[in-house]
Design a protein around this ligand. Sequence first.
Ligand SMILES: Nc1ncnc2c1ncn2[C@@H]1O[C@H](COP(=O)(O)OP(=O)(O)OP(=O)(O)O)[C@@H](O)[C@H]1O
Ligand code: SF4
Ligand SMILES: [Mg+2]
Length: 368
Amino acid sequence: MSTAAGGLHRAEAAAAELVRRADAVPLLEIADLRVRFDTADGSVQAVRGVSFAVEAGHTLGIVGESGSGKSVATQAAFGFARGAKVSGRALFEGRDLLTMSEKELRAVRGARVGMIFQDPLTSLHPMYRVGWQIGEGIRAHDRSATRRETRSRAAELMARVGIPHPHERLDDYPHQFSGGMRQRVMIAMALALRPSLLIADEPTTALDPTVQAQILELLRELRDDLGTAIILITHDLGVIAEIADDVVVLYAGTIMEEARVKDLFRDHHHPYTEGLLGSLPSAGVPKGELVPIEGQPPSPIDPPPGCPFGPRCVYRTTTCALRAPPLVEIPGQLRHRSACVLPTDPVLRQSARAAHRPAVAHGAPQGR
Ligand SMILES: Nc1ncnc2c1ncn2[C@@H]1O[C@H](COP(=O)(O)OP(=O)(O)OP(=O)(O)O)[C@@H](O)[C@H]1O
Ligand code: SF4
Ligand SMILES: [Mg+2]
């Protein structure tokens, strides 16, 4: 009885979410984003037709191995990817960022979008005091702010992100802060103008697990208190599980799978996601026993046709090499899509996987 009632509640909640999300206008809508860099070695296809959306107040996680295009995709959408050839659409609050002038883009970025770049040490200027650096954003958009007001707002922001004794620390330099505290300074800078979107690129990678948990908790709090949407970029599905509502799994500049986080962890579809999950530390599994994904991503210069994950995939068949599978809906789940020929039906998929598994035991997958 209680199970049936529980099932009914879950179905009602899912239906309510469906209606709510169908009504929601995304804050950011990226469509068919393509980014390439023309280099002496050839044309680097960093992002190859990526589409995703971020809803106000939600957290989208973008996950993938190094070089998969996580940073370039978000930077190119907001005009930060210098020297890149960018096409597609990037609607932010209804306006296409890719058709804006540099001046318009600067205005949007400064006032509506906070960026936390991948490396705090290169983003924070070592020679300027942190209070001044946090105040720079405030001054750029509010020229009427006096020096005293700017300092006081900078200290408030430092307090908001959990930096103890903020008034005393305004005049310290970045090297006087620990890694975790520097990351908090970066977040304070990004929040200076109460952005509607915060882009956090690997905000916890260099931090030890305790500090990492504190930073994720802070981001969660800020999202809930201020209603700020977050794009969180990481190579770690564990971080995604901690904080994100939705997730996009990127590989070789293309989306392999996208889903609500709870669906991805309950019932992932794509073999690349399976590989990422297999290399995820979990309770009771010592780090040395984690299973890394064998092989390397394809070269971003002239990537071969077919499924980009094919050469590393234990389930590949001859058809996989012919053309890259499109993203298809997984029936019965909200916005869960995967770019793989494996059956979308969970039972058929399990048997397709099982049919391939013995081959894995006899060796790593071979390139085509
Ligand atoms: N300025 C550039 N010129 C040429 N290639 C570039 C440039 N910037 C990035 N790339 C290439 O674009 C691809 C995607 O890079 P990107 O930095 O987005 O990867 P990432 O997923 O963020 O990786 P990481 O986890 O290491 O940060 C890579 O192959 C990278 O070498
Ligand atoms: S399309 Fe084929 S090669 Fe690609 S992930 Fe699916 S099974 Fe593997
Ligand atoms: Mg990156």
